[in-house]
Design a protein around this ligand. Structure first.
Ligand SMILES: [Zn+2]
Length: 259
């Protein structure tokens, strides 16, 4: 199984990163895509991916939270990173109007610039969207046919958001948000509507520890080794076997990231 979103360059993995990777392998995680969230993290993600080139891949991009850092040199930096073959997508990019750590104008600018880069390099895009679905789709739509592939990672939106996203043929990444009894209920229903050829799974480690794991892990840090638990929850919600879900999502992820 492939974890399409891991923030392995996070400080929370600094002390025991090799154990975290080793435990993921033992849990059956066959590949991981390390998320790049700003220039510095994208560079670090690439260095890490290069250390295990058959196991780790990465993205290069600037997260909407960091859109305010996007300047006239960002695009050429990203392009340089993305020319490396370990980089399998542009992103994480997109819109987050929930927190607005960068202004909507800054976010929209950085997002569109990265979409253009992805088209130019013919790389997929790895995207983040919160409370911004309509505008997100509006900005993305003119590029969608020119992009090789596009995923909305960590989908947590409404049924209307999902329908709009599938209508323009987006792939959808599902995290352990679905294991959250307080706020994942709607997602348990919606995940049935995603075709296997569009569904991918991810932990978004170290964020979003699946809340329904028993016994509860001692640490609140999420890890890629918990991906099987997320897969099982998704499979149950879709009334399919975990094995079948993993066959489908692995094939989808391999095709998406070209690995
Ligand atoms: Zn995200």
């Amino acid at each position: 199984m492939i974890d399409i979103g891991v923030n392995l360059t996070s400080k929370r993995f600094e002390k025991d990163l090799s154990d975290v990777i080793c435990n993921a392998r033992q849990a059956g995680v066959t590949n991981m895509i390390i998320t790049g969230t700003c220039l510095k993290e994208s560079e670090a993600a690439l260095q890490l991916a290069l250390s295990e080139p058959d196991y780790l891949y990465c993205t290069a991009g600037i997260h909407p939270h960091d859109a305010k850092t996007f300047d006239s040199t960002s695009l050429s930096h990203l392009k340089n990173l993305a020319l490396n073959k370990q980089v399998k997508a542009i992103g994480e990019c997109g819109l987050d109007f929930n927190r607005n750590y960068s202004t909507p104008t800054e976010q929209e600018y950085a997002f569109v610039q990265q979409l253009e880069l992805a088209v130019e390099l013919q790389l997929p895009v790895f995207m983040h969207e919160r409370d911004a679905n309509k505008r997100f789709i509006e900005l993305l739509k003119p590029y969608i046919k020119q992009l090789p592939n596009a995923v909305l990672h960590c989908f947590t939106g409404s049924r209307a958001d999902l329908e709009r996203s599938l209508a323009i043929d987006l792939h959808i990444g599902i995290t352990g948000w679905i294991c959250d009894e307080r706020r994942g209920g709607e997602l348990l229903e919606l995940v049935k509507l995603i075709p296997g050829s569009r569904l991918m799974i991810e932990t978004d480690s170290p964020y979003l520890l699946p809340r329904s794991m028993r016994p509860k892990p001692k640490s609140s840090r999420n890890e890629p080794k918990y991906l099987p638990f997320i897969a099982q929850t998704i499979a149950e919600a879709r009334s399919q076997s975990t094995e079948q879900l993993l066959i489908e999502t692995s094939a989808t992820s391999r095709a998406f990231f070209n690995i």
